[in-house]
Write a protein that binds this ligand. Sequence first.
Ligand code: NDP
Length: 480
Amino acid sequence: MEKLQNYINGALVAPAGGEYFENMAPALGKPYSLIPDSDERDIAAATEAAKAAFPIWSKMSIQERSDILLRIAALIGERSEALAAAESKDNGKPLKLAQTVDIPRAQANFHFYGTGILHFASESHSMGDLAINYTLRQPIGIAGCISPWNLPLYLFSWKIAPALAAGNTVVAKPSEVTPYTAYMLSQICIDAGMPKGVLNIVHGLGPKAGAAIIEHDDIPMISFTGGTATGEWIARTAAPKFKKLSLELGGKNPNIIFADCDFEDMMKTTLRSSFANQGQICLCGSRILIERSLYNRFKEEFVKRVKALKVGDPNDPTTNLGAVVSKPHMEKVLSYVEIAKEEGGTVLAGGKRAAIGGEFSEGYFLEPTVIEGLAHTCRTNQEEIFGPVVTLIPFDTEEEAIMMANSTKYGLASSVWTSDLKRAHRVARELHTGIAWINCWLLRDLRTPFGGVKSSGVGREGGFEALQFFTEPKNVCIKY
Ligand code: NDP
């Protein structure tokens, strides 16, 4: 089986301990490559390399750094077919989704920050005749970047690109469950002429290689995307070391549908916001709140369309849902269907493992699942499931919809469907989420702040917010 390698100090290398573990293809339910089981020795080597590279990279002109990031973006574009095929195989997602979303977006992230850094400026504060202050924004040092498995290269690049653009060097770890495109990115960086040690990619387990990044004293900032429990551990571990932290965590997003919405537009988008990437997008709307007068019409049409979704071969362009990412994750999602039933829910569609024959018979496929009849306070409606499972909940008033929407510990994203402009503004203002989409979902402008409130995280990514996170502001005060 192919052995993946770490990318440390500009070279592809084996892990210090020489140990590997299996990388599964979720649609086949079989291992197909081997992942380095890296430990603190590999993180130490990567950190040494990043430390040595920092003075060179941080002092390089912005134009030169930009050129390298743009070359990486161009190479991602040239290799997009191979990258999309690898992402689909590694994650189980439909190839078409990887071709149209994951890989173009990873390319866009490098392009966006490769050009964004050329326009990044800082402020000055005049004190009249007395003095002038200006804010010097300097790169900090080594950024630790840790990303999850649901949108592997897309979220990995969303951190790495701004960290590098701002002049930092990076030690990064992709999810152990989906390491392949990060491995391919190593070769792309070598081919793009990235100076050695600037970006280091170390593969391995979260509690081992990942934890070694969090604990390393020479890594002063951490950008993490993943589960809330992991984020909590990271915050606890990093706080006594006074590390700068950006945490993008879980969600339990409400999708609020008023009776006056554009029904067809809402229906098409709600199918996507419920089941895109098998429901494994932190922004998916898993709680669908529907105004009671529309409830039966919505339910009938939605369930009909959900039952018509095609689950199966990720390479088939007509497939809507591929495999979920792993066996333990599939079992976790199925356990929530059982919890929903125990809580009194009625399964209107799906609820089971999907039987796909042939080479996919061992794959981790789940039927898209719709459940109704649950209180908004029950576990199914409070805990993140992160799979193709949505619940339907009726509401009577705008106030009730807002109350239920805000009733979880999470606060990442929300969608609101209405043709009433005043109500749209009003509800968006009242929702405790970092993002509120009105009559749309996943419409992303990379300049906008991205992140959540409450247990969905701390800090914002995106646009200049990320460049601010990855730089330290220093006030310089000059007396006239
Ligand atoms: P995890 O928290 O399990 O893992 C995320 C990353 O952290 C992985 O690379 C993981 O490595 C690593 N990790 C795990 N334990 C540690 C540790 N102790 N120290 C350092 N690193 C560690 O999340 P998942 O990968 O399961 O991702 C799904 C979660 O991510 C969901 O909760 C989802 O909502 C959230 N998410 C949030 C987004 C947002 O923008 N807010 C976007 C996308 C997802 P390994 O894989 O090896 O365990």
